[in-house]
Design a protein around this ligand. Structure first.
Ligand SMILES: Cc1cc2nc3c(=O)[nH]c(=O)nc-3n(C[C@H](O)[C@H](O)[C@H](O)COP(=O)(O)OP(=O)(O)OC[C@H]3O[C@@H](n4cnc5c(N)ncnc54)[C@H](O)[C@@H]3O)c2cc1C
Length: 419
C-alpha cells in the first residue's frame, strides 16, 4: 500500500460506513461527516435487507420505459414519476432512455454479478471473521410469480443467470411450497436464486457504527457539509458551516443527496431519488424463512428474526420523503394476492417508513476517482442495491485509496461517465 492517508467520508449510510470500515482496515485515518445524529434515519435502515446476486440486470433495461409508462397510469402502481419541468430530471430521463438497451444490459450483467458475489463474500467475512452480528441468513431468494406469463419471463431470466454462472432454479408452485412449508402461497411458480441472502439492515448499520468508533474512526454527527475549499486539482477541505475539515482524500457517499453535496465542485454525477416504502410486522400471521419478491407487484418480503418486512414502490419525486397513501395501499392490497393468510388489517397502526434510493440513469453505481481532482472519490448511486453492494463498494474505495488494483474493473462505474 502507498502509505496511510487521512480520509474524509461524507455520508453515514451503509455506503459511507462501509467505505470507512475498509479504509480503516487498510490503516488509513478516517473521519466521517454525517448531517444526522448517531441514531439518524437513512435509506440504509428501513430497506428490505437483501443481498442480491440475482439482480444482475440494471434498472435501465429494454422494456423498462414502456412498463414504467404503463404503471404511471395507475394510482396504486409501484412506479411513478412526478411530472415536472426540471432540467436535471429531463436529462436524467433522456440518459435512462439511452441506457435501456440490450448492449448496456450485457455489459453491466457480469459487473453486477461480480459486485454482488464479492459483496456477499465480504458480508460472510464481516460476520465470521470480524464477529459483526446482523442476522445474516444464507437461504436464497424466491421470485414468486402469480401468472404463468410472468413465470415464463422469470424462467428466461433464470436461464440468462445460469449462462453467466449464477445459480437459478425454476420451481413449480408445489416445489416452492416445499421450500416454504409453513406459508400459504397462491402462485403459479417461482424462480429460486440460492446465492441470495438477507440480513437486518438497521442492525448492520448500528453494529458497523459501533465497531468503527471502537476501532478509532472519528464519526462526526450533526455535521452537514455545505461547501468545499479547493486549490487547483486538489480538494483541501469539506466545509461544515464555519468549520473546515481538511484531509488527504475525500469520498462523497451521501446517497440521493450526493449531487447536492458535490455542488460547487463542478462535477456532473446525474442522480434522481427513487422513493420507496417499507412496513414491518412484528407479529406476522405467518413467517417465511426465505426472502422473496412478489414479482408482478414488485414487493420485497424479508423475514428479520421474528418480524417480517414488506418493501416496495419506486417514486421519482425529488428529495421528498413524504408518504403517498395510495401507493402504500397498493402494497397492502397486493400482499394477500400472494399470501392469503395476510390482510390489510394486519398492517393497521404499523408505521410506514420511507427512504430515497440514489439512482443513476444507467442503473450502475458511481465508484471511483473523479478526473477533475487528484483526491476526490465517489461511492454512491447504488439505487436498489446499496445494502447488497455496501461492503464491496467500501473495499473498492479502500483499494483505490491504497493504490492497489481494484478487485473489479471500474470502467463502467466511473463517476465521470456523464461528464
Ligand atoms: C424500500 C426500499 C427497499 C430497499 N431494499 C434493498 C435491498 O433489499 N437490498 C439492497 O441492496 N438495497 C435496497 N434498497 C436500496 C438501499 O437501501 C440504498 O441503495 C442504500 O441504502 C443507499 O445507501 P447510501 O449510504 O448510499 O445512502 P443513504 O443511506 O441515504 O445515506 C446517505 C447519508 O448521507 C447523509 N447526508 C446527506 N447529505 C449530507 C451532507 N450534506 N452532509 C453530511 N451528510 C449528509 C444522509 O443523512 C444519510 O445518512 C432499498 C431501498 C428502499 C427505499
Amino acid at each position: 500500500m502507498s502509505g496511510a492517508r487521512t480520509v474524509l467520508i461524507v455520508g453515514g449510510g451503509v455506503i459511507g460506513l462501509c467505505a470507512a470500515w475498509y479504509a480503516l482496515q487498510k490503516g488509513h485515518r478516517v473521519t466521517l461527516l454525517e448531517r444526522g445524529g448517531p441514531d439518524h434515519d437513512s435509506c440504509s435502515l428501513g430497506n428490505a435487507g437483501m443481498i442480491v446476486p440475482s439482480h444482475f440486470v440494471p434498472l435501465a433495461a429494454p422494456g423498462m420505459v414502456g412498463l414504467g409508462l404503463r404503471m404511471m397510469l395507475h394510482p396504486e402502481s409501484p412506479f411513478w414519476i412526478r411530472p415536472r419541468l426540471d432540467r436535471d430530471l429531463l436529462s436524467w430521463g433522456w440518459r435512462f432512455l439511452r441506457a435501456a438497451n440490450t448492449r448496456h444490459v450485457e455489459r453491466a450483467a457480469p459487473v453486477l454479478r461480480d459486485l454482488n458475489l464479492q459483496s456477499r463474500r465480504c458480508y460472510e467475512e464481516l460476520a465470521e471473521r470480524h464477529g459483526l452480528r446482523f442476522g445474516l441468513v444464507k437461504k436464497g431468494l424466491m421470485m414468486l410469480c402469480r401468472t404463468e406469463r410472468v413465470l415464463e419471463e422469470e424462467a428466461a431470466l433464470a436461464e440468462r443467470a445460469r449462462q453467466i454462472g449464477l445459480e437459478a432454479q425454476v420451481l413449480t408452485a408445489a416445489q416452492a411450497a416445499q421450500l416454504e412449508p409453513h406459508i400459504q402461497m397462491e402462485i403459479a411458480g417461482a424462480v429460486y436464486f440460492p446465492q441470495d441472502c438477507h440480513l437486518i439492515p438497521q442492525q448492520f448499520v448500528a453494529e458497523l457504527t459501533r465497531r468503527l468508533e471502537q476501532e478509532g474512526a472519528s464519526l462526526v454527527w450533526s455535521a452537514e457539509v455545505t461547501g468545499w475549499r479547493t486549490a487547483g486539482r486538489r480538494v483541501e477541505a469539506a466545509l461544515v458551516g464555519e468549520r473546515a475539515f481538511a484531509a488527504d482524500e475525500f469520498v462523497i457517499a451521501g446517497g440521493a443527496w450526493s449531487p447536492t453535496i458535490a455542488r460547487g465542485l463542478r462535477v456532473d454525477m446525474p442522480m434522481q431519488a427513487g422513493k420507496g416504502y417499507s412496513l414491518t410486522l412484528t407479529d406476522p400471521p405467518q413467517l417465511p424463512s426465505i426472502c422473496s419478491i412478489l414479482t408482478e407487484a414488485r414487493i420485497a418480503v424479508t423475514p428479520m428474526e421474528g418480524a417480517l418486512r414488506f418493501a416496495g414502490t419506486m417514486e421519482i419525486t425529488g428529495l421528498d420523503e413524504s408518504v403517498h397513501p395510495g401507493r402504500v395501499n397498493g402494497i397492502l392490497r397486493s400482499i394477500p394476492r400472494y399470501f392469503p393468510a395476510f390482510s390489510p388489517d394486519h398492517f393497521r397502526g404499523i408505521a410506514v417508513w420511507s427512504g430515497l434510493r440514489p439512482c443513476s440513469p444507467d442503473g450502475l453505481p458511481y465508484v471511483g476517482r473523479f478526473g477533475r481532482y487528484d483526491n476526490l472519490l465517489a461511492a454512491t448511486g447504488h439505487a436498489m442495491m446499496g445494502l447488497s453492494l455496501g461492503p464491496i463498494t467500501g473495499r473498492l474505495i479502500a483499494q483505490i485509496l491504497s493504490g492497489e488494483p481494484p478487485s473489479i474493473p471500474l470502467d463502467l462505474l466511473s463517476p465521470d461517465r456523464y461528464a
